[in-house]
Design a protein around this ligand. Structure first.
Ligand SMILES: [Zn+2]
Length: 673
């Protein structure tokens, strides 16, 4: 479950992706990305990327457009070709992955059939809600909708037990909101008040599309807003959730039932087809206490309205045009995006969610070489080696903690490219439509697959990202990092690029993921992935001061004019960027390839390294999206991932001969390694 993993970039359903302009892969040090008019000693991000930012304006159907998105878009085209080719292949074996891939795509592209079917394919779901009469009727409908992928009240999934990482347990998490975060319901600034009004209008419009009168729809929207605001009030903030102890409350059924007397957990587990579950992690007890209270204080009719809303909210993007367009309206308000993505891109995105690993098998065949994998592995080994050196030489850490840290590093598992064992889709039925039923069957399949892990040994072959994903992650419960094939491409990695650039880019990504094992959260997990302190109290104090320094530094930065970066929210990712940058730099200097490094134009190998790193974060973004991300994304805004991070790296200052005072020298410098 993605909730518990830490990646290089937050991928979100609202951040969609788009059309590649040009991306040259032959020249790997992208000097055409520079803006030579900017002084690198004052604003390195603008210096390294200013040219690119000017020539890559935000496309109308994207809320942000950067190196990550351009590469995602390139992969999207590749996947599109794969899907088209498979869909057009005759005589596919029924039940084969090819048949499923082809039919899913066919059903998603069949706009005529989608529009003709209307919301008929959802009638049974709406009828189920209509038939609710009592509180005891309500609960099975909530669980049923959750299995379908609807965010009804809360979320239920699986996780490795924090205290015993060999055990997979159930976990219940806060949820049930239609806006991106509880802050959207609670913040007092005018921009948030405005978006709440727009959201309420959007809910009303959806109800009128479903056949309600304007008056009914307006009342329904208010009902939904009331319930969601109460849930938001009871929700933990993202910063609070960063403390693993704060979201770990293992409870027996007896404890659960006494906390929420109006919600029957034995019935719930039976409804989720796991009657054997007798304890779970109830991650946010206060949220569930409030939910329980709401169950008896909110009229049944109001719950029915709330559930209707969440059904349509979840599935509108797969329905006829009026629903798609109204759904896009609220996305546009939240992210500032101006134009809906073309249908094929929306279908590719949905299918990648549904059948991503089946598609991945085809993607890998044409788009990833053993040579690239081996090359990436060599870089990774150097990064790991650099980390070991750092730990051994670290002046502030005592021998005892060093020993434990090195043990954790030695045990850290790393995977590159694609899974050894491919996901089995044989239990998933896909046909030629209606499209929405394919989407729902895929949701049910994936949800059941997650829940089936509970009580079973941890599957070491499982990947939480498909191989075609342009991202990477570290999972603290497995002490494992994963670098999918999708990110092993320019500008992150290019086998023809100078070593300086590859270490600056993919080397930093690898160092970033390794550092997650030692950031403010990761450092609380031991080499086996258990939440267990392995630090001496003296060292832990020093480490906390170092990460606090980063939180303070990033809190000073602002986006969209007036909104401050939440230092405490981004501190783990900012720590990973800083650690990653330093490890990658050291690894580059350890690598044999460094010996052949030469000056390109006037740029020294060290300068090339920092340019390669900065290029990864080149991003155009509109203010609404920047605001949304500063609330929801634990990663700092792109400009600060470069300037804020490099301002702490002494070797950067040296490479570009920066002299204090400068915005590119942080005072005091935050030092982790
Ligand atoms: Zn990260």
């Amino acid at each position: 479950m993605h909730y518990f993993i830490y990646c290089i970039l937050l991928l979100s359903c609202l951040t969609t992706v788009q059309a590649a302009k040009t991306s040259s892969t032959s020249v790997a040090l992208h000097l055409d990305w520079l803006n030579p008019q900017i002084d690198p000693k004052q604003n390195f991000y603008q210096y390294a990327n200013g040219g690119w930012l000017k020539t890559h304006p935000l496309p109308h159907d994207y809320a942000r457009w950067g190196a990550f998105q351009v590469l995602q878009e390139k992969n999207q085209h590749i996947i599109h070709h794969i899907l088209e080719a498979i869909a057009n292949t005759p005589n596919k074996k029924p039940g084969s992955n090819e048949q499923k891939i082809g039919d899913f795509y066919f059903s998603g592209m069949d706009e005529v059939a989608i529009n003709a079917a209307g919301i008929t394919p959802l009638h049974s779901e709406f009828d189920r809600i209509t038939n609710i009469k009592t509180l005891s009727d309500l609960q099975p409908v909530i669980s049923h909708l959750q299995i379908l992928g609807v965010d009804a009240l809360f979320n239920f999934g699986q996780m490795q037990d924090y205290l015993n990482s060999k055990k997979v347990i159930g976990v219940a998490l806060q949820g049930g909101l239609g806006l991106p975060d509880r802050d959207y319901y609670l913040r007092k600034e005018s921009k948030f008040i405005k978006i709440r009004a727009q959201y309420q209008q959007h809910i009303a419009k959806m109800f009128t599309l479903l056949g309600n009168s304007k008056k009914q729809a307006t009342a329904a929207a208010k009902t939904v807003m009331d319930i969601e605001t109460k849930l938001a009030n009871a929700s933990m903030s993202r910063i609070e959730q960063r403390d693993p102890y704060a979201i770990y409350h293992p409870m027996s059924i007896k404890q659960l039932d006494s906390l929420t007397p109006h919600f029957s957990w034995p019935h719930y587990f039976a409804q989720m087809q796991h009657p054997e579950i007798n304890s779970i992690n109830l991650a946010m007890p206060n949220f569930f206490k409030t939910m329980d209270n709401l169950l008896i204080t909110t009229p049944i009719e109001a719950w029915k309205t709330y559930l209707r809303w969440h059904v349509i909210h979840t599935f509108s993007e797969f329905l006829p045009a009026p629903y798609v367009n109204e759904d896009f309206n609220i996305t546009a308000k939240l992210t500032g995006v101006k134009k809906l993505l073309p249908r094929w891109k929306r279908v590719v995105n949905a299918e990648d969610q549904a059948l991503g690993f089946a598609i991945g098998q085809f993607y890998i065949k044409e788009n990833f070489s053993i040579a690239d994998k081996q090359h990436a592995q060599v870089i990774l080994i150097h990064i790991q080696h650099a980390m070991k050196n750092e730990l051994q030489q670290l002046s502030w850490m005592t021998a005892l903690t060093k020993q434990a840290a090195i043990k954790k590093l030695n045990k850290m598992n790393a995977r590159i490219g694609y899974p050894n064992v491919w996901r089995d889709y044989s239990q998933l039925d896909i046909d030629k439509g209606p499209y929405i039923r394919n989407v729902i069957r895929a949701n049910v399949f994936l949800h059941k697959r997650e829940l089936n892990k509970i009580g079973k040994p941890v599957d070491k072959n499982e990947w939480d990202m498909t191989p075609q994903t342009v991202n990477a992650y570290y999972d603290p419960s497995k002490n494992e990092l994963t670098i999918p094939a999708g990110i092993l491409q320019d500008p992150f990695f290019n086998s023809h690029a100078p070593a300086s650039v590859n270490y600056g880019a993919i080397g930093l990504v690898m160092g970033h993921e390794i550092t997650h094992g030692f950031d403010d959260q990761g450092a609380q997990f031991d080499e086996e992935g258990n939440l267990k302190n392995w630090w001496t109290s003296e060292d832990l104090k020093k480490f906390n001061l170092a990460t606090q320094c980063i939180a303070n530094q990033f809190s000073k930065f602002t986006v969209a004019g007036d909104l401050h970066v939440q230092g405490k929210l981004v501190m783990g990712e900012a720590t990973a960027d800083l650690g990653g940058g330093i490890l990658a730099y050291r690894a580059f200097h350890l690598a044999n390839e460094n010996k052949q490094a030469s000056t390109i134009k006037t740029f020294t190998p060290d300068q090339q390294f920092f340019l390669g790193a900065a290029h990864m974060y080149a991003t155009n973004i509109n203010p609404d999206e920047a605001r949304r991300l500063v609330i929801t994304d634990p990663h700092p805004p792109a400009v600060y991932r470069v300037n804020g991070t490099f301002a702490n790296i002494f070797e950067f200052t040296q490479a570009f001969q920066v002299i204090a005072p400068s915005l590119m020298i942080n005072q005091p410098r935050c030092i982790i390694w």
